[in-house]
Design a protein around this ligand. Sequence first.
Ligand code: ZN
Length: 110
Amino acid sequence: MTSFAERFPEISDIRVKVFSVRGAIAPRTPFREFGFSVPEYVECSNPRCKNGRFRIWPVIAMACSRVDVTFHKSSVCNGNERSRNPRIPCLYTFTIEGEITYKSNEPKPG
Ligand SMILES: [Zn+2]
């Protein structure tokens, strides 16, 4: 398994907030926050959701390819709600916001 540092050697620091909510993000919406050990994906926070997950690394890879220092992406959950009808989609939305520090942009010490 590839670690974050192996996958993104150009990143010296990162901060990512992940929201997984039904509806819009409010100022007090709870979120999960990750530092340098950002997982490859996060799971949906809907307790009834089955197989809902959001892959974070591809979003970071896209930001890296453009050397963006901030990124933001929203995506509807790809899971389904557990119910008798297996085709009810999960209505939660993942939103991620992040900031990246690149090694090439770090101030040189001294
Ligand atoms: Zn979901």
